[in-house]
Design a protein around this ligand. Structure first.
Ligand SMILES: *Cc1c(COP(=O)(O)O)cnc(C)c1O
Length: 377
């Protein structure tokens, strides 16, 4: 069976994880965490990058940082993972969904402004498949209406928009290092990216259980104590050690995935030309990271048939998301502004093909192309 996903693993994780183990310094913010922070701050050119246990936690940190109050509204797409909404719901916010663009499956920037009310506090663009949202326009709207922009860049590490890294375009960004993403910190993990310097100091406090412990360790205060609300948003050194190995190999992993993605695209183009499928669209300003390779078929019925045929041929393909506004929690905690022209219909057509680091080396792509060609032929 060709798996849908395999975690990226290089030749260095074992060495670094063992090193962390033997150092007997296992809790958060040890040497490997510091190395990761430095790597990101340099690579992303941001005032502060903080490892967290997951992207979900990073989004929760963001919701605390912008001081959301019950009743505040946050605008986002409904075609996303539950954590994008949950993080803000936990602060008492109401989620307002707007429709997506059918080309990139990202929030339709043209629909955002009409959804803004007196209660709106933030816009949360989700960079689906590591392809950027139209950030210039989103930032323009946010600035005009005094809103924060929090990027759910869970899938976006190594992707850029007009040359700038995803996650560094809004006030706060969030990456995921879950094993299904391009880079992992041993199964679970995340990163909070602070771009608006106004949040840099408080982000450290919230992450350290609401204490000024980070300042204490830097010798800036002579004791540490409870100074704010907060939680435990630090991953262990084992996770940081695992991730650091992947950061050192990040270019290689990225190249490998892009090669697979390009092979998919070239080999499936004839099926698109014949009108059987639609292939992903990457706007000119965007460099993507091959997080995902998806295709769109005519409708739900064709997708169900195709998934079964792929399965019979040893290929696991997957779909997502159940649009949040039509989920059971979503109906109570959110509203959809405007018409659902594309969110539901496009989510029923999308099919995600296997993609992982090393897939192109194992000659399994041929089997996938053969199966797809015979299904449509
Ligand atoms: C994976 C993902 C998340 C959650 O990431 P975790 O690290 O598992 O918490 C959030 N948003 C999007 C868009 C994702 O793809």
């Amino acid at each position: 069976m060709i798996p849908f996903n395999k975690a990226s693993v290089t030749d260095r994780e074992e060495k670094y994880v063992l090193e962390a183990l033997r150092s007997s310094k296992l809790c958060g913010d040890g040497p490997f965490t510091k190395k990761c922070h430095q790597w990101f701050e340099q690579k992303l050119n941001c005032p502060k990058a903080l490892l967290t246990p997951s992207c979900t936690h990073s989004l929760e940190m963001a919701a605390i940082l912008i001081d959301l109050k019950p009743g505040d509204e946050v605008i986002m797409p409904s075609f996303t993972f539950v954590s994008t909404a949950n993080a803000f719901v936990l602060r008492g916010a109401k989620i307002v969904f707007v429709d997506i663009r059918p080309d990139t499956m990202n929030i339709d920037e043209k629909l955002i402004e009409a959804a803004i009310t007196q209660k709106t506090r933030a816009i949360v663009p989700v960079h689906y498949a590591g392809v950027a949202c139209e950030m210039d326009e989103i930032n323009r709207i946010a600035k005009k209406h005094h809103l924060y922009v929090i990027e759910d860049a869970a899938q976006g590490m190594m992707s850029t928009y007009k040359g700038k890294a995803l996650g560094t375009l809004g006030d706060i960004g969030a990456y995921s290092f879950h094993e299904t993403k391009n880079y992992t910190s041993g199964g679970e993990g995340g990163l909070t990216i602070i771009n608006n310097p106004e949040f840099a100091h408080r982000a450290e406090i919230i992450r350290e259980k609401g204490t000024n412990r980070s300042q204490f360790f830097r010798g800036m205060v002579d004791k540490y104590s409870w100074v704010d609300i907060g939680s435990s948003y630090l991953p262990s050194e084992i996770q940081a050690a695992f991730l650091y190995a992947q950061l050192e190999r990040s270019e290689e992993i990225n190249r490998n995935r892009l090669q697979t993605w390009n092979e998919y695209y070239t080999n499936l183009e004839p099926l698109q030309q014949k009108g059987y499928i639609e292939l992903p669209v990457v706007p000119e300003n965007c460099q993507h990271n091959a997080h995902m390779f998806y295709l769109k078929v005519e409708n739900l019925e064709t997708r169900t048939k195709l998934i079964n045929v792929l399965k019979e041929n040893g290929i696991s393909a997957a779909f997502h998301y159940v649009p949040l506004h039509s989920s059971s929690a979503g109906t109570a905690l959110s509203r959809f502004y405007g018409q659902d022209k594309y969110t539901t219909s496009e989510s029923e057509r999308i099919l995600r093909m296997p993609i992982w680091t090393g897939l192109n080396e194992e000659n399994q792509l041929k089997q996938i192309f053969k199966t797809l060609n015979s299904f449509f032929g």
